[in-house]
Design a protein around this ligand. Structure first.
Ligand code: MN
Length: 237
């Protein structure tokens, strides 16, 4: 059996008359390579539709993308916030909460990791360079190879993530300018960058509800990241 994995999509808005639903293919390939059957979930789905869909699928992948509207975490507008899409925020927050209630596996990547924290009541640094000046650089984009691994992460020895990645320290790519500020009460931090930036969270009372701040789907040459997707899809079975 190939588990059905719902993948959240974003939108290329540009021209209101010709907006497009958009998912970077690396996410789709990562799920296919791990033995899952990907299904794209577009922004615009309402809460009741998400509740219906969650019963029909086996797991949820929340993808990376633009910034979350800071009103979801009592944040303030900031000139570096970009790519806000209220319908995508709504879709992904509803998906995380539905996956939690249904105990269906949920993997959040980059923005998806931040959405998990926001969905459960946590907050974000809206721009790391402005608000955490002592942090090292995390926004290694654009015009830089997306599998470039500028920093390591140290993983909690008790985290499920440690088993999935097969070690307590791994090098990761870093394509984000925001990060978790206040951790949601129901989550635990499971990996930190050397500067203290939160790079992974888990929900301990859930079989697989994990956020990762890096982009494993671009680290296609990494056995650890391949195993992370493999373990995600296997848990969905
Ligand atoms: Mn990082």
């Amino acid at each position: 059996m190939n588990p059905l994995i719902g993948i959240s999509a974003g939108r290329e808005i540009g021209n209101e008359q010709f907006s497009k639903i958009n998912v970077p293919e690396h996410y789709v390939k990562a799920i296919l390579n791990a033995g899952g059957t990907p299904i794209i979930f577009p922004p615009g789905l309402k809460s009741h539709q998400v509740k219906t869909l969650i019963k029909k699928i086996d797991g949820v992948l929340i993808t990376g993308g633009g910034d979350i509207d800071p009103q979801h975490y009592q944040g303030h507008p900031h000139p570096k916030i970009s790519g806000v899409d209220p319908q995508r925020d709504e879709l992904e927050i509803n998906l995380v909460l539905a996956a939690d209630l249904a105990k269906k596996p949920c993997l959040g990547i980059c923005r998806g990791h931040q959405i998990i924290n926001v969905a459960f009541g946590g907050s974000l640094y809206t721009d790391i360079p402005s608000q955490l000046p002592q942090a090292s650089r995390h926004d290694w984009y654009p015009y830089i190879a997306r599998d470039y691994t500028p920093h390591s992460i140290t993983i909690d020895p008790h985290a499920k993530l440690k088993d999935y990645l097969g070690g307590s320290e791994v090098s990761v790519n870093s394509l984000h300018h925001q990060s978790i500020k206040d951790l949601a009460p129901k989550l635990v931090v499971t990996a930190l960058a050397p500067d203290g930036v939160i790079e992974s969270v888990e929900k301990p009372d859930h079989p697989f509800l994990i956020g990762v701040q890096w982009h494993p789907e671009w680290m296609v040459g990494s056995p650890a990241m391949k195993n992370l997707f493999g373990c995600f899809v296997e848990t969905c079975l």
